[in-house]
Ligand binder design. Structure first.
Ligand code: NDP
Length: 294
């Protein structure tokens, strides 16, 4: 079997077109969604991500403002900027590009982003809403993975989904999304990590195998059930080339579907960020964005 290659770039372009039509309608009413992107330090990969996010905003007609701060920025100054953006009526989404410099307490700073503007979906309030099955903003990468499964009509309900990687930004929220009693969910989910005993025992039972472990080409064909759908979230740079956490050459020979790297999950993350920003703006204008005291 040779896998169908899931074209994340094409799907994300289609979603961006759908979203542009939505932004056009809003702008006709004099409403323009706005996103603030904060970059601290000069990490080259982060600079590329921020540039791509700005480019997507421009394409859609979303107002974007970028704040580039030196890596010596005191935590307090970053918090003050976030608080200013929380109050800014022209900004509906705030994105703090991660990772932050070592000296800054990432968790503490993220908590200052208003849950109403938390378009990355990392605030404990939004994670709690996700856990309760009543989410507002879903984290972008997990949402992108779910959207790819839906658009490629890969059944999720009742399937064995195995996720390798339990980070707060990918694995854990994705597990929570796919296990919900909801549409595009209702899966039986296993969440694996470095302490999982006999990883293969889990991965080889997966109907859908999602890999987000940050280890280049770690998932080889012997770990995969023939006919499984394989979603590779990983982005690793090897000799200047981007590769995933899955050995694409091998695994594409036995799986039913597979995402390439690049061009798979990556472009979806940005499309979902745009979707969340538009949602945040609409909630603001429709009066759904209630005030928070934190
Ligand atoms: P983290 O490093 O935060 O987490 C990695 C997870 O994988 C951890 O839970 C770790 O387990 C687990 N893990 C690592 N090695 C193994 C192993 N050998 N066996 C089983 N589990 C293992 O990574 P992220 O979630 O932030 O990112 C994962 C990958 O996805 C990275 O390549 C990253 O670049 C990419 N990424 C891509 C995005 C996109 O837009 N496409 C967005 C975000 C990330 P433990 O908890 O025990 O340490």
């Amino acid at each position: 079997m040779t896998a169908t290659i899931i074209d994340g770039k094409a799907v994300s372009n289609q979603i961006l077109e759908e979203l542009k039509a939505e932004v056009d309608l809003l702008r006709e009413k004099g409403q323009q969604p706005g996103l603030a992107v904060i970059l601290v330090g000069d990490d080259p990969a982060s600079q590329v991500y921020v540039r791509n996010k700005e480019r997507a905003c421009k394409k859609l007609g979303i107002f974007s403002s970028k704040y580039c701060l030196p890596d010596t920025t005191p935590e307090e100054e970053l918090i003050q900027l976030i608080q200013k953006l929380n109050r800014d009526p022209n900004i509906h989404g705030i994105l703090l590009q991660l990772p932050l410099p070592q000296a800054i307490d990432e968790k503490k700073v993220l908590d200052y982003i208003s849950p109403n503007k938390d378009v990355d979906g990392f605030h404990p309030y939004n994670l709690g809403r996700l856990l309760a099955g009543d989410p507002i903003f879903l984290p972008c990468t997990p949402q992108g993975v779910q959207e790819l499964l839906v658009r490629y009509q890969i059944p999720i309900e009742g399937q064995n989904v195995v996720i390798v990687g339990r980070s707060n930004i990918v694995g854990k929220p994705l597990a929570m999304m796919l296990v919900q009693k909801a549409k595009a969910a209702n899966a039986t989910v296993s969440l694996c990590h470095t302490r999982t005993k006999n990883l293969k025992e889990f991965t080889s039972r997966a109907d859908i195998l999602i890999v987000a472990c940050g280890k280049a080409r770690m998932v080889t064909a012997d770990l995969v059930r023939p006919g499984a759908a394989v979603i590779d979230v990983g982005i690793n740079r090897i000799d200047g080339k981007l590769v995933g956490d899955v050995d694409f050459e091998q695994v594409s020979q036995i799986s039913s579907f597979i995402t390439p790297v690049p061009g798979g999950v990556g472009p979806m993350t940005i499309a979902m960020l745009m979707k969340n920003t538009i949602k945040a703006a609409k909630r603001f204008w429709e009066g759904e964005a209630t005030s928070f005291s934190f």
